[in-house]
Ligand binder design. Structure first.
Ligand SMILES: [Zn+2]
Length: 416
């Protein structure tokens, strides 16, 4: 089990599969591996946190303990929003948006070219990152200014440590505070890692990626252990293999798929790096014509009516939806992370919050629960009204897909 230290001594975030829900990320475990705080599978005992409700599960002897591997952490505390903004603005002047990523935004996402420019998307280069870091240092006052800025870290070199940047190559999406400070980035990685999803009595791992099919589907050589046999096979992305016994009973299934596409730009596991969390950023997206007039440090309520704000997951989705609906959107990092939105919404003078989560997620028990918790939370902590935007998934998955197809969502009240 791969673990990452948290702010609470003796508690770790599970970076590999959670023993309770089987998913990766968010869930926590104690050092002795006796208690799991799962974010997805409910239990009677729980605690509410910034990122959602954590359910307590006691691990019994039936679940064998795994060898734990704690990620090395030489991280330092994340700096203030004001400081992060100064460094990240300098970064925007050191790296461009690649033509390939600009084309993706224009042609696949149908984003206006003015919007693309004003929103300051960038491309994480695949080489010479230390040169970029050097350029950023040249624009700010000293190299210690990169200390505590998620994404940057120190690399040991032949002549001592030097600053460089973490993360996979991809499209960088900035997160803006309600005062138009850039306070973090997510990277939409060009080539997400391949992963195996397995159910039933099977174990396995990916050995290496091989040539993709002519249609672009990725393939990998995998080692699978079924009963006592180990076999090497080449699996193709998305192609789910299911094995049933002669009597028709399910034995196992295995599927190769692309892992997470969006990652926080963070360097918490590296020397002199910093983690993006504590707290994770939320992003305020205004329609792009507002952006040239939105000064850093300024509340946007003079530029646009903020009495109604829509909430979705993902900064790019929020940007696209803000442009198409001409309304302010806020992006939160996950449907359970609504607590992070409360203070910024209050500061903006919001009276009505509309939740616009992906149509395929809204009907899952996990999101249904988080909607109930969200309504409970807003009723207790604010006097804002809360609504839910819904649509048929066949019209589009995300709110941006729906709007692009020229539909509007149906809005129903959760909390008057
Ligand atoms: Zn879990």
């Amino acid at each position: 089990m791969r673990l990452r230290r948290t702010r609470h001594v003796g508690w770790y975030e599970i970076m590999s599969q959670c023993p309770i829900c089987g998913k990766k990320g968010w869930c926590g475990i104690n050092e002795d591996q006796t208690i799991v705080h799962c974010m997805r599978v409910p239990s009677d005992k729980f605690k509410d946190t910034d990122i959602g409700r954590q359910y307590t599960h006691y691990l019994t002897e039936h679940i064998p303990r795994e060898k734990i591997e704690v990620e090395v952490s030489n991280a330092v505390e994340k700096r203030s929003n004001d400081h992060l903004n100064r460094v990240y603005r300098a970064l925007t002047r050191e790296i461009p948006l690649s033509a390939r990523h600009a084309n993706h935004l224009m042609n696949d996402r149908m984003m206006d070219d003015q919007s693309i420019r004003l929103r300051e998307y960038r491309t994480m280069p695949d080489r010479d990152r230390y040169k970029v870091a050097k350029g950023v240092i040249g624009r700010i006052s000293s190299d210690t200014d990169l200390l505590g800025v998620p994404g940057f870290f120190a690399q040991e070199g032949r002549y001592g440590p030097y600053w460089t940047m973490a993360g996979d190559t991809g499209l960088m999406v900035p997160f803006r505070s309600i005062l138009n400070e850039i306070i973090g980035w997510q990277i939409r990685v060009d080539k997400p890692k391949l992963e195996l999803t397995m159910e039933g009595s099977i174990k396995g791992n990916i050995l290496e990626e091989v040539e993709p099919l002519p249609n672009g589907l990725r393939r990998a050589k995998c080692s699978l252990q079924v009963q006592d046999k180990t076999l090497e096979v080449i699996l193709t992305e998305k192609d789910k293999k299911i094995c049933n016994s002669k009597s028709g009973q399910f034995v196992f299934s295995v599927r190769l798929q692309q892992g997470t596409k969006y990652w926080w730009w963070s360097s918490g596991s590296k020397l002199n790096g910093a983690s993006i969390g504590g707290p994770l950023p939320v992003h305020l997206a205004l329609p792009y014509p507002c952006l040239p007039y939105w000064k850093t440090g300024e509340d946007p309520s003079g530029l646009i009516d903020c009495s109604e704000i829509w909430i979705t997951e993902g900064a790019m989705k929020a940007d696209l939806a803000a442009d198409m609906m001409v309304k302010p959107f806020m992006a939160i990092p996950g449907t359970g992370a609504f607590r992070l939105a409360l203070e910024p919404l209050k500061q903006l003078g919001c009276r009505h919050v509309v939740l616009a989560y992906d149509a395929d997620a809204v009907t899952t028990p996990e999101v249904q629960r988080s909607l109930e918790l969200c309504a409970e939370f807003f009723a207790k902590e604010s006097d804002m009204a809360l609504s839910l935007a819904m649509w048929d998934v066949s019209l589009g998955k995300g709110i941006d897909d729906l709007l692009r197809a020229n539909y509007v969502p149906q809005v129903s009240s959760l909390l008057a």
